[in-house]
Every structure is written in structure tokens, then in C-alpha cells.
Ligand binder design. Sequence first.
Ligand code: FES
Length: 309
Amino acid sequence: MFEIHIADRCLDAPAGSNLLDQLLQAGLPISYSCRSGHCQSCLIKAEPGTLPDAARAPLPAPMQAEGWLLACQCPVEQDLHLRLYDPASDGLPAQIEELTQLAAGVLRLRLRPARPLRFHPGQHLVIWLPCGTARTFSIASQTDSPTLEFHLQQHAGGQFGQRLLQMGVGGQCHLGNASGHLHYQPDWQDRPLLLLARGTGLAPLQAIARDALQQGHTAGITLWHWQRGDEPCYLKDELEALAQSHPSMQLQLRQQQHFESDVRSLRAPSRRALALLCGSSAFVEQLGKPLFMAGLGRAQVLDEVFTRR
Ligand code: FES
């Protein structure tokens, strides 16, 4: 047994147990979502000491240096002295600037942060609401925009979107740091890009396409998006305007029913091509084999999986 000291309490935790599980069992107010080290909503701060690298590795170096770790990735292997993440003091305040229904089930959220936030288009961050609920979303806007844009998939019974709508324009929330490997890299300039998204996985990939074009990407960019149901792609008009002004960009805005035949026909445009995928874990898994058959090795594929709690 080890001791976990937190919020004026001392918890006994079995050796090797998961820190997040222990905190939840004790009824402590800690947010979580993916449980896989991706969303960063389970942030917690530890006093200096020996902490498992796996619990800190997904975080940017400055956060590691400050003692932050991810509770879901932390086995209890020693006594711990912890402090809960407090979005009001640890996060960046932001105000809701816009809430727009882009299509059935897709909400556009624009937030104005109290001060500029460092990020690359396509990375993700945690949004904390005043009620303590937190979710991770990909950034759909560019660094020169005064607001941060997010596309929220609205699920039946989904509380986050409902709470945002109740708060309305002018509502206040807090933001975590931006992180994630899914963003444009300047040394990709002459490599063809294949961007493949389903649902609101389009949010980060269209942001990456815009970023690439702004940075003078010279090779072709092909953006595939599969939309469920009969509705057109929820960003059809904006994307068609973008493609019209950039002949190197090709759009494939498809319905989900064509997904399987579409992916069978995928071909890597060159041996240096890169594929970026974003969507549910099922979507990313479904693309693994077809991309390999299309001539894209594992090192040429980057993905971001959306998890749903
Ligand atoms: S719940 Fe720990 S990183 Fe997502």
C-alpha cells in the first residue's frame, strides 16, 4: 500500500493500481475522457520526486518540468503528494464568441482567449466549463485568427454541447495548453499530402491544409471527407472556395456509403507522400490496411483518434 496525499486527504492505494481509478474511487473531482494519455483532461500536479515517465511523456517539456502528469497513465508505485488541476488558476480564460449550427449534429464554437495561445493548427486542447466538465477538441483555426475555432459533434444526450448552448455567447470557460503531433511541418513542403477525415475529424485536417497552403506547400494536397447520411459535407462551401483559389488542392467530399470502395481505390501519389487521418478509432483502424496497400508505409501515416466518453 502507498499513501496519496491530495486535497487535505490521505488515500491508501494498492501498489501498481491506477492513479486515476484511485482518485475517482475516493470521489475526488478529477476530469477524464480517453484514459489513453491523449486528451490530457486528467492532468494533476505532483511534488518533485520520482514519477513514472509514461505519466509525463505525452506532456510538453515545460509542463513536465512543473510537475504535471496524467493520472490515467500513472501506476501508484510510491507515496504521492498531489494537487488537483484548477482550471481557474492553471488554465487560460476564454469567452464564447460564437456558437453556430454548421449542420445537423455539428456545432461551430469560437472562443476568444484572454491572451494569445501558442499552438499549431490541427493540435488539440482541453476546454473546461465552469461546472468542471472538460473535453478535448482539435483546433480548426489558424494562428493569425483572434479566435480559436472548434467543431463539436453533437451526440444524443451529450452534455458538453448542451451546456455550451445554455451558457451562450459571452459565457466563460478555461483552456489547457495545446498539444499533439497532428500539425503541418515545414519540411513537408514538397511531399504530397493525403488528408482523410470522417465527421468532425475534418476540423483539424482542413486547418492543416490551410496552414500548409499559407506556408507555401508546393506538392499536391488531396482532402477526403466522408459524411454520414445524405447531407453534404458540413464545410462544403468553404472548402470549395479554398480549392478554387489553390489549384494544387483536390477535394473528395463523399458520403459514408462510398467509404469502402473509395479506400480500395486509394493510391499514394508518390513514394514521399504522407497520409494524415482523423476520426474515430474504428475509422483510423479501417484505413490501416488500405493505406498500406496503397503504398504508404507506417512511417508515412499520422493519425489522431477522437474518443467519445
Ligand atoms: S483521460 Fe488521461 S489523458 Fe485522457
